[in-house]
Structures are given as structure tokens and as C-alpha cells.
Design a protein around this ligand. Structure first.
Ligand SMILES: [Fe+2]
Length: 385
């Protein structure tokens, strides 16, 4: 067996209504004053109400920074960090989607030491420690609660990542109730994104290991069995719980075995047309899987029996790998997601430029099971059109 390192968060608590125990959990960590990072939607939906009531009950003071936006820009991070520094808070809580959790990770470091944000971008550039950190996701998708990555928007459309084990939270609280009100199209798109995390982790050319494989398989099983129920019956707590747990497991997997060409080809669609991340992945997913089939066939066959009925198929059977790809060709349609770039009003003449931009994502493309060149990227966009 090859040597490997697997890193993840220290402590995970799962339970319907578990966010209403937040005050108890904070005081048992010996902490007294929370800085909560969130967005205006979370507050107006009342998702934080029970957690805040428990803070009051346990005499934990708090202040809320609720200005986080999608694809959070540097200025929001710096503003949150300066409010945190000026406060008496002794821990940071990310309460929301991937953006809120990503901001929480960074400011927990910024508030503790003297390192500047621009010095942190890249892999293992964080030099200091951080304040205690709890992550509470309100969507089942990004898996950010379990990753060591924070993505910040640094220009108009350019993004930069901070990657460091220091960003792994002290505690993750998974409360399926918080995802109950997510509308079907967001449940579908974020769910497909999380399934992509599991697939790309399992087929990653770098750093794939027995633990990331196990988590990716479990994540795919949980989500393939529950995504349609979660989309069609949002108050089904069993399906919501399975999606939330599955998305976190996929996050744990890809935090260690990184994602590849689906994400590389999805990013230009998000940057240029502001299409949500999950949907951009879903749009290119079936076409990247078809392209990868030549070199990933045995791994797709291993995953086929998890997501679809593959009677009388050997696991390394070509028919099984084809069934796997076909499952993901059909899934976005069954979930009611848009399935073509044309439907998204993307001009056909933009495709060459998008292919060039995708090739800039070499840090992702090097993980792809099949080498992908400029002409391949263009061909995939044409098929997705
Ligand atoms: Fe993703």
C-alpha cells in the first residue's frame, strides 16, 4: 500500500436540531464569546434562531457578521476580520453556505496573528494559528465544513485559494433541519456538486487513498439514494440528513484527493456568466465523464453498483462503467436542472475562450484520470452546448 496522509476536522456532531445545542457545546469548550459569520438570507429565514437562544441560555455572548455574499470578495473578508479584531470574541462560527464558512476560516487566522491575507494564498502558506472554529453548514453541497480550503474572490472574476491544515475546524455541527427550506433547484444543484466531489476524489490521479476512497463511496451511496427525495420532498428529514452527511463525506474525500476536470471546466462558466457553482458542474459533468471513460473505466465500474442497478455485471465490466456514465447523463434531467449551455444563454462563439480559460486550471487538471488538452476542453463544451 502506498504511503498517504489523510486530514480532517477533529469533531463532528450530527443530529436533527443539533444546532439548538450550540451554546452548550461552546461553553463545554470553555469559550464565552462567539463571532458568527453568515449572510442576510440565513438571518431573515430565522435559521439561526434556535442556536442563538441556546447561546443566551448558556450565557455565551455573541455578535453576528452577516454581510457575506456568494463568491466572497477580499474586502468582505478584511471587514469581517477587522470587526473580529475589535471585538472580545474568543471563537469564530461559520453559519451558512460555503461562502460563510470560507470567510470564517480565514478571519479566525487573521484575527490571531500578524500575517496579511495576500501572504496566505497558495498551499501551506499560513504561518500562524487561529481562534477556535465551529462550522455549521446550511446547504448540502460544498463540503467546506470539512475542508482545509477557503476560496476568495480577488478581482472581477479571479479567485484565489488559501489551503492549509490550520483551516480545519475544531468542530462541525450537521443539522438537517437547517436545510429543510432549500428550494428544489438549489437542493439539486448543490447535491450534484457534492456527488462530483465524491466522483472526482475517487478517480483523482493524485493523493487518492483508502480513506478518501471509502468516504467517496459512502458519500455517493447516501446521495444517489436520497437526492431525488430531497429535491421532491424537501421536508423529508431522512433524505435531508443523508444529503448533509453525504456532502460532508464527499468534502472530507476531496479535501485529501483533489477534484479535477469537471471543476476545471465548470469554473469559467461561473466566472463569466455567474451561474451557481453546482449548476456549472452539472452542465459539464456527463460530458467530462464520457471523455474520461477511456482511462477511468475500471474506477467508474467500481462506482456503478453504488449508484445504479447493474445486474449480472462484473465490477470491471465495460457495461458497468457505461451504466455509471449514463446514470449521470440522466440525473440532472430527472432533477429538473438545465442540461445545456444553450439553455443558459451562453453564446456558441464564447466556447473557444472558455476552453482557454479552463486550461488555466492546471492545479485541477493534473488530477484528472485522462489528460485533457485545449482541443478536448473545446470538444466537451461543444457537446455540452
Ligand atoms: Fe464543487
Amino acid at each position: 500500500m502506498d504511503n498517504f496522509i489523510f486530514s480532517t476536522v477533529a469533531d463532528i456532531e450530527f443530529g436533527e436540531g443539533s444546532s439548538s445545542l450550540l451554546g452548550d457545546r461552546i461553553s463545554s469548550m470553555g469559550l464565552r464569546n462567539a463571532f458568527i459569520v453568515s449572510d442576510p438570507g440565513i438571518l431573515s429565514l430565522g435559521l439561526m434562531d434556535q442556536a442563538l437562544a441556546d447561546l443566551v441560555k448558556h450565557k455565551v455572548e455573541y455578535q453576528i457578521f452577516s454581510k457575506v455574499t456568494a463568491d466572497p470578495p477580499e474586502q468582505i473578508v478584511l471587514q469581517a476580520a477587522s470587526e473580529l479584531r475589535a471585538s472580545e470574541c474568543d471563537l469564530v462560527i461559520g453559519f451558512g453556505g460555503g461562502s460563510s464558512m470560507d470567510v470564517a476560516k480565514i478571519i479566525a487566522v487573521l484575527a490571531k496573528g500578524n500575517q496579511k491575507l495576500e501572504e496566505m494564498y497558495g498551499v501551506d502558506k499560513v504561518t500562524g494559528s487561529r481562534l477556535p472554529l465551529i462550522q455549521i453548514p446550511t446547504t448540502a453541497g460544498t463540503g467546506s465544513e470539512a475542508t482545509m480550503v477557503s476560496i476568495i474572490t480577488t478581482g472581477e472574476t479571479t479567485k484565489a485559494g488559501v489551503v492549509s491544515r490550520v483551516l480545519l475546524a475544531d468542530k462541525v455541527m450537521l443539522d438537517p433541519r437547517l436545510t429543510e427550506g432549500l428550494p428544489p433547484h438549489i437542493t439539486a444543484a448543490t447535491g450534484v456538486d457534492a456527488m462530483v466531489h465524491a466522483i472526482e476524489a475517487y478517480t483523482s490521479r493524485r493523493l487518492k487513498n483508502p480513506i478518501s476512497d471509502m468516504l467517496a463511496r459512502q458519500a455517493l451511496e447516501l446521495m444517489s439514494k436520497n437526492i431525488e427525495t430531497a429535491v421532491n420532498d424537501g421536508s423529508n428529514m431522512i433524505a435531508r440528513g443523508a444529503m448533509l452527511l453525504g456532502a460532508m463525506k464527499a468534502g472530507q474525500a476531496f479535501a485529501n484527493a483533489p477534484v479535477a476536470a469537471v471543476h476545471a471546466l465548470a469554473y469559467p462558466l461561473g466566472g463569466n456568466y455567474h451561474i451557481p457553482h453546482g449548476l456549472t458542474n452539472s452542465l459539464v459533468l456527463p460530458h467530462v465523464l464520457r471523455f474520461n471513460l477511456r482511462d477511468a473505466s475500471s474506477m467508474y465500474a467500481e462506482l456503478a453498483s453504488i449508484v445504479c442497478d447493474t445486474p449480472n455485471m462484473q465490477e470491471n465490466d465495460r457495461a458497468a462503467s457505461l451504466a455509471f456514465v449514463e446514470y449521470f447523463e440522466e440525473l440532472p434531467k430527472r432533477l429538473g436542472l438545465q442540461v445545456s449551455l444553450r439553455e443558459m444563454n451562453i453564446p456558441y462563439e464564447d466556447l473557444p475562450r472558455l476552453a482557454e480559460e479552463a486550461m488555466l486550471q492546471q492545479r485541477l487538471l493534473i488530477n484528472n484520470p485522462r489528460e485533457l488538452k485545449l482541443e478536448n476542453a473545446l470538444e466537451i463544451y461543444k457537446r455540452a452546448f
